[in-house]
Design a protein around this ligand. Structure first.
Ligand code: ACO
Length: 332
């Protein structure tokens, strides 16, 4: 006989966005673009930019602290920290270790996960499995990105889209069976890794004067291909996870999609026949914050009381790798 899996629930959420706001008009002073073009093609009005000396782990620690406060937990209670990021402070050690130190978490095991904009969902499923194993009680799962550090500010096809921020959740054992994290459906396909990537800075093209001069350390993207992949992959992932866990789209109360482009979300809404009112959207104010986008949106939705007890939440993500996926949460 199979027993019900241990309910793993979200005990608290938190987020942090840097103070500096960069509007579309500000960007139009840097590259040949306009507020009208950016808004109509992406839905983005402005984004936050971290201070020069503000790192990925600084933002992760601020979001993490807010989540710990919301969960009413002390530093000793956290025994696992997973940070999802593509903009770590350094190649190593992990941003999770640096975040642990900033938060003073004496008992935490720490490591990073890299799955680009899908990173938060990959980190969440990993954290749930580890807490369910019984070896960890409270996991701090963070998505944090300083996208401004890998953006080519002379490339109008990418620099208008991204922003910096961090979002976090604390997960732990819940008391009500059937609530909390119900499951995830994650996928990867390395065959198209070059439609969205940073070519340099790793072992393939180690940093050198040449690699920097030719901009190999900047994010490169084939926007149209990514757009098509985004709609296709998130649609299929949503269909698959709903079937897997026996739900219909009508039962979904709130969708937290990766906040990349409003047109992608609108297409998804019409293909899934899920009304736009169910999608929580904040990309107009933050742009695409990669792995921070889902936990940042989740925290804002919670703060704005858009999520109620017993709501069924569908999270959807896609990103470089390629990676994509979905997760279902019955809000406690
Ligand atoms: N301002 C003005 N014109 C621009 C700009 C700009 N910022 N950027 C591109 N253009 C021009 C192009 O040069 C092109 O001109 P041309 O026709 O003379 O060649 C024209 O606008 C159309 O360009 P497209 O790329 O075809 O525009 P599109 O409608 O596809 O929109 C966009 C581009 C917004 C990038 C869209 O393709 C998109 O959103 N793609 C998905 C991107 C995405 O979600 N990325 C996140 C990945 S998540 C992760 O893992 C990091």
């Amino acid at each position: 006989m199979t027993s019900e899996p241990l309910p793993i629930t979200i005990k608290g959420t938190g987020s942090y966005a840097p103070e500096k706001v960069l509007t579309n008009d500000d960007i139009s002073k840097l590259v040949d673009t306009s507020d009208e073009w950016i808004l109509s093609r992406s839905g983005i009005k402005e984004r936050r930019i971290a201070a020069k000396n503000e790192t990925c782990s600084d933002m992760a620690a601020k979001a993490g602290l807010a989540a710990m406060k919301a969960a009413n937990l002390s530093p000793e209670d956290i025994d696992l920290v997973i940070v999802a990021t593509i903009t770590p402070d350094k190649p190593f050690p992990s941003t999770a270790c640096l975040t642990q130190h900033k938060l003073g978490l004496p008992n935490a095991v720490c490591f990073d996960i890299e799955a680009a904009c899908s990173g938060f969902l990959f980190a969440l499923e990993t954290g749930v499995a580890l807490v369910r194993s019984g070896n960890y009680r409270h996991a701090l799962i963070i998505g944090s990105e300083k996208m401004s550090s890998i953006i080519d500010w002379t490339d109008r096809t990418t620099c208008v889209l991204f922003g910096d921020s961090a979002g976090a959740v604390i997960i732990g054992e819940g008391s009500i069976p059937g609530t909390g994290f119900l499951g995830a459906n994650l996928s990867s396909d390395g065959a198209s890794s070059d439609i969205l990537h940073v070519p340099g800075g790793g072992s393939l093209i180690p940093p050198s004067a040449d690699s920097v001069a030719s901009g190999q350390h900047f994010l490169k993207m084939k926007g149209r291909e990514v757009f098509k992949f985004a709609v296709r992959s998130m649609e299929q992932s949503a269909i698959d996870i709903l079937k897997q866990y026996n739900f219909t789209t009508k039962q979904i109360d709130v969708v937290i999609p990766h906040q990349a482009n409003l047109r992608i979300i609108e297409l998804l809404s019409s293909k899934l026949e899920l009304p736009m009112e169910k999608f929580f959207i904040n990309l107009d104010r933050y742009g695409n914050t990669s792995s921070a986008s889902i936990p940042l949106a989740l925290d804002e939705a919670v703060q704005a009381k858009k999520i109620k007890s017993n709501d069924l939440i569908l999270m959807l993500a896609f990103g470089g790798g390629l990676t994509w996926g979905s997760a279902l949460i019955r809000w406690p």
